[in-house]
Design a binder for this molecule. Sequence first.
Ligand code: M6R
Length: 354
Amino acid sequence: GKSGYDHFMLKEIHEQPRALRQCLQGRVDEMGGRVTLDVDVDPERVQFVACGTSYHAALYGAELFRQAGVPAQAFLASEYATSPPPVDDALVIGVTQSGETADTLSALREARSRGVRTLACTNTVGSTAARECDEVLYIRSGPEIGVAATKTFAAQQTALNALALSVAQERRRAGDVRDSLSALRELPGDVQAVLDESNAEALAEEFVGAPSYFFIGRGVHFPVALEGALKLKEISYGHAEGFASGELKHGPLALVTDETPVFAVVTGDGPLATKTIGNVKEVESRDAPVVAVTDGRSKVERYADHVLEIPEAPPRTAAVLANVQLQLVAYHVADRLGRPIDKPRNLAKSVTVE
Ligand code: M6R
């Protein structure tokens, strides 16, 4: 059942701290400074294949692998399956919570037919992806009923984080690993803090019915922007788009008015934050209502009308926390509109046709 929540989606959003603890259980040894995964990979290069929300997790995962010094790229599974790139000696990672998405299975089969190793990052034990791939990394988030992927996305981010760290560890980038390990250990508690303190419901009230919503982010926050937009359109039926912050001025800025709320994910106080603040100023000067999703370190709130606060964390885990705020915004906008949140029109939980 829904354990007292109005929708499975809200229940599953609230289950995230537990889902992430399960995902990390026995895999992260902070004292020993090590990640232990029961997958055997040390790839020369990585190609991710996935659809929808899982594709956003794949984009995030590819960024983390690149940070670990491994060339990595994320592909939409439907494109990969019909127009595959050269595989060389890549490891192909299919990210699919169900393990049954037809486009993703085809892409993985395409890769296997060319003789490369495959890994399934999935929630579902015994799924087709798990059975057909050489290696499996389970995300262990527990079953997800809502059509909108929430806790499985957070668990995909977390599992891919651990996978990228295990590769960094093989390459003896010990400093990176130690800092990131403690951030991962703090993540479930930080997600709980976001859930306990979020003002997303009030913000959703304020912006319900906007003609369009924009989400912007850079680096690890770019996939979060895409995911924030997908969640909002999927369950509220409102128009929403996610952009890499730097792309706004190359076209989408023409759509920005005083009626288009812009959600900007800005964490830390490094060069990425400074650059995104530049983009926030671009929309602010067009009178767009700006919502900063931030830990406050960059002072982006000076240019924002509203803040969705998250705890201080390194970028890779901040991306998980920021996404939780955006899940709540999407949920509450859709709820205000009375949408059938757990079963949005035209969509299915598992898409088994290409
Ligand atoms: O089961 P999968 O992770 O392969 O599903 C992929 C997409 O169909 C899925 O993420 C879809 O985009 C979600 N409904 C989004 O919330």
